[in-house]
Design a binder for this molecule. Structure first.
Ligand code: HPA
Length: 270
């Protein structure tokens, strides 16, 4: 807990005061930061106890500034379990943002489409998840100052936030699909048999992030919602090899503008 307070105190000294919302920008999704007015950029490497971003294309910065009248705190790049961080490190920034006073958390990610109605470049609201990762940020001694030992997960994605996201998409005329996100460790993509399995168990999309952060947010009673960009179509009967992760990032980049507009409109409407 002390390490969390140290990071939060440092950020307060840097002028970060009671941000209204926290935003996590996933792989290939950075455009939202251009919507932030009067940005203050704080590299993760400056923040005490913050894990360091290891993957080159995840720029590691916290960006604080205005969306309209509201203050927001955006994470440009997140920490993944597959990079070797512990689950506690993966959720460290979420907990710091909670201590700083965010009232809402909006998460984004790149995901594979298991539901074959989801096409490359589509956006999909996550309405529930299946956690297939082998770690959990809540293992070990419970941090009672943050939340309870056995947090409820009957509605991990806040209904009100999901509705506001959906209305923002409608207003912008951007189709927003909806479905269940399965979280896997990665970093390898899945086999055909695994994609088949994911479909059978009820997943609409699959990715390597977000769920630990959602668990930490629910633990801390922080309302959250998440949107995936579908970057590849995971049809086990017609699976196209992905030889280069750049392909995934490129698809994410194409949907980035629409997603950024949805986030912007959502924050204005909250
Ligand atoms: N599997 C896991 N994670 C992913 C995928 C996928 O197919 N696409 C983007 N992230």
């Amino acid at each position: 807990m002390n390490t969390l307070y140290e990071a939060a105190d440092f950020l307060k000294q840097k002028g970060i005061h009671e941000p209204f919302a926290g935003i996590v920008l996933g792989t290939g999704l950075h455009q939202f930061i251009h919507y932030i007015n009067n940005p203050v950029v704080i590299p993760y490497s400056d923040i005490p106890n913050f894990p360091l971003s290891t993957v080159e294309f995840h720029k590691g910065n916290l960006i604080y500034g205005n969306i309209g009248e509201k203050k927001v705190l955006a994470m440009q790049g997140r920490f993944h379990f597959y990079e070797g961080y512990t689950m506690q490190q993966v959720v460290f920034p979420i907990r710091v943002m909670k201590l700083l006073g965010i009232q809402y958390l909006l998460l984004t990610n790149a995901a594979g489409g298991i539901n074959l109605n989801f096409k490359k470049g589509d956006l999909a609201l996550i309405n529930d998840h299946i956690n297939l990762q082998t770690g959990n940020p809540l293992t070990g001694k419970n941090i009672d100052a943050l939340g309870s030992r056995f947090p409820d997960m009957s509605e991990p994605y806040n209904k009100y936030l999901c509705n506001v996201l959906q209305q923002a998409a409608d207003k912008l005329n951007v189709p927003l699909k909806e479905g269940v996100y399965a979280a896997v460790n990665g970093p390898n993509l899945e086999t055909k048999a695994e994609y088949r399995y994911l479909k059978i168990i009820g997943a609409d999309m699959v990715g390597m992030s977000t769920v630990p952060e959602v668990i930490a947010a629910n633990h801390a009673q922080l309302p959250c919602a998440a949107v995936s960009v579908i970057t590849d179509e995971c049809d086990p009967d017609n699976l196209q090899p992905i030889n280069n992760i750049a392909e995934i990032i490129e698809v994410a980049g194409k949907a980035d503008k629409q997603l950024s507009q949805i986030l912007y409109q959502t924050i204005l409407s909250l």
